[in-house]
Design a protein around this ligand. Structure first.
Ligand code: C2E
Ligand code: MG
Ligand code: MG
Length: 482
């Protein structure tokens, strides 16, 4: 009997000890959980909640959880006056049933788990992945949402889904169909966003799978056009579809042409004339800008040298340089090569950089700009006044020219607010001993005002439009004959 009591006592003691340890482990305070039952009740509740909100196989949030997350964001964004965008992606695996049928559901789940891990690894920040049902995954993207970015994410998703998956030394090949809807464009409720992403996904499936579709046809067209443009752009150089136009730059004091700005033009046989505003960003994104930029530099130097040889040896040429091109290590070499191969003296070449280009990596930019100055090449800040940067960096930058953005010049009239800005930039230019160019001059009133404000140089439709090299050359000859 004593033995039994002792044994029972020791059993109860051990149980209590375990429970105490458990409580300590979970740092539960006596105030929080008055009784042991409450503790277990809480644990059970957590487990139920976990089961209710997460998928047991993949550990991902489930449909309910995902719906709540989208709902939360929709509510939140609907209260922000400046519309923020959301993207909802529905991903359905093509012919996944075949995998289940051949290797069974257990293996199918393991394959899904691997896939979920892959997808999770490439999600942008502040986005949420869920297993919506069976072989359907969903993603909510909440930051930096625009059609092109989502198209890029979609392409990457299709690519990683299509990579072979190993299971028991066998390779399985899957593809996916992705449908996308955007808040607020395609719907302002969770229900509509889901419905439309689902419609788009089904369309992708109907068209053979391994595809991404946006709900709105307009967006599909936008993405298709971009893909088409990219394909054409890749072949534009070898097909000789680019040429340069030259827009005269005049000295306001004397009224004489002292040089020109080289502006690229792309003439595509099917698309017609594509503006640089459209294809330069794409060339940047795809890395094609290096080859294109190299071609522009060489062509512009070559043509300017030809004009020197024709007797216009005072002419300077300005060439636009984009961010990726300028940040590349070999950029200085590219400039040197263009000058050496064409024989243009460096002091006649000006490189136009925008504030954005320079400020992307200011330390590196200053080093490159100093190198350029050492070579004798000039540097100009293009579209000045549109950047968001502070002016304090200006005094440390080795630059020769400031080019006031055309938006200030276009509206320049007596008594306009822009006059104050233009005046301030010109005064600053004088203070920093750099030349100031006004671009986008369209009226004689603007010319008169700029002269009065002592702006050094001007460029714009009022003086001349950008023109092909032959026309520019003719203009020079005409001026000479005067
Ligand atoms: P940007 O360097 O600021 O070039 C000036 C733009 O203003 C040119 O447009 C020109 O045609 C336009 N423009 C000139 N005068 C006037 C005027 O009086 N009124 C108005 N409204 N516009 C005027 P474009 O040729 O379409 O070039 C647009 C931009 O594309 C350029 O702006 C430049 O940033 C970029 N770009 C052009 N060629 C090249 C290039 O070879 N390489 C790089 N990286 N970018 C280039
Ligand atoms: Mg320019
Ligand atoms: Mg400009």
């Amino acid at each position: 009997m004593v033995n039994l009591v002792l044994r029972t006592y020791s059993f109860v003691y051990k149980q209590l000890k375990d429970i105490i340890e458990l409580i300590e482990q979970h740092k539960l305070t006596a105030e929080k959980y008055k009784t042991i039952e409450a503790f277990y009740e809480k644990k059970a509740e957590e487990k139920v909640a976990c089961l209710a909100y997460f998928d047991a196989e993949t550990g991902l949030p489930n449909r309910l959880h995902f719906t709540n997350q989208v709902e939360d964001y929709v509510q939140r964004f609907s209260k922000i006056r400046k519309h923020r965008k959301l993207a909802v992606l529905f991903i359905d695996l093509d012919r996944f049933k075949m995998i289940n049928d051949t290797v069974g559901h257990y293996a199918g789940d393991i394959i899904l788990k691997q896939l979920a891990k892959r997808i999770q690894g490439l999600l942008p920040k502040k986005s949420f992945l869920a297993r919506f049902s069976g072989d359907k995954f969903t993603i909510l993207i909440t930051e930096d949402v625009d059609v092109e970015k989502i198209a890029d994410i979609g392409q990457t998703l299709l690519h990683i889904i299509a990579k072979p998956i190993m299971y028991e030394a066998r390779e399985f090949f899957l593809t996916g169909s992705i449908g996308v809807s955007f808040y607020p464009n395609d719907g302002i409720t969770t229900e509509l966003l889901f419905k439309h992403a689902d419609t788009a996904m089904n369309l992708a499936k109907q068209q053979g799978g391994n595809k991404m579709k946006f709900y709105s046809t307009e967006m599909n067209q936008q993405v298709l056009y971009k893909l088409e443009l990219e394909g054409y752009l890749r072949r534009a150089l070898e097909k000789n579809e680019f040429h340069l136009c030259y827009q005269p730059l005049i000295d306001l004091a004397s009224g004489e042409v002292y040089g020109s700005e080289a502006l690229i033009r792309w003439e595509h046989p099917k698309l017609g004339l594509v503006s640089p505003g459209e294809f330069i960003p794409l060339a940047e994104e795809t890395g094609l800008i290096h080859e294109i930029g190299k071609w522009v530099l060489k062509k512009a130097c070559q043509e300017n040298k030809k004009w020197h040889d024709l007797g216009y040896d005072y002419l300077a040429i300005s060439v636009n340089v984009s961010a990726n091109q300028f940040q590349q290590m070999s950029f200085i070499e590219v400039v040197k090569e263009a000058l050496e191969e064409t024989g243009l003296p460096p002091q006649y070449l000006t490189l136009e950089l925008t504030e954005g280009v320079m400020l992307r990596n200011i330390t590196h930019s200053v080093i490159v700009m100093k190198e350029l100055q050492k070579l004798g090449v000039k540097v100009s800040i293009d579209d000045f006044g549109t950047g968001y940067s502070s002016l304090s960096y200006l005094k440390d930058l080795p630059i020769n020219t400031l080019k006031i953005d055309r938006t200030f010049i276009n509206n320049l009239k007596v008594n306009s607010t822009d006059i104050a800005i233009v005046k301030a930039i010109i005064t600053m230019g004088h203070g920093l001993s750099v030349k100031v160019v006004a671009e986008g001059v369209e009226t004689d009133e603007q010319i008169a005002l700029l002269k009065e404000l002592q702006c050094h140089y001007a460029q714009g439709f009022y003086i001349d439009r950008p023109m092909k090299s032959e026309a520019f050359e003719k203009g020079l000859a005409k001026l000479k004959a005067l």
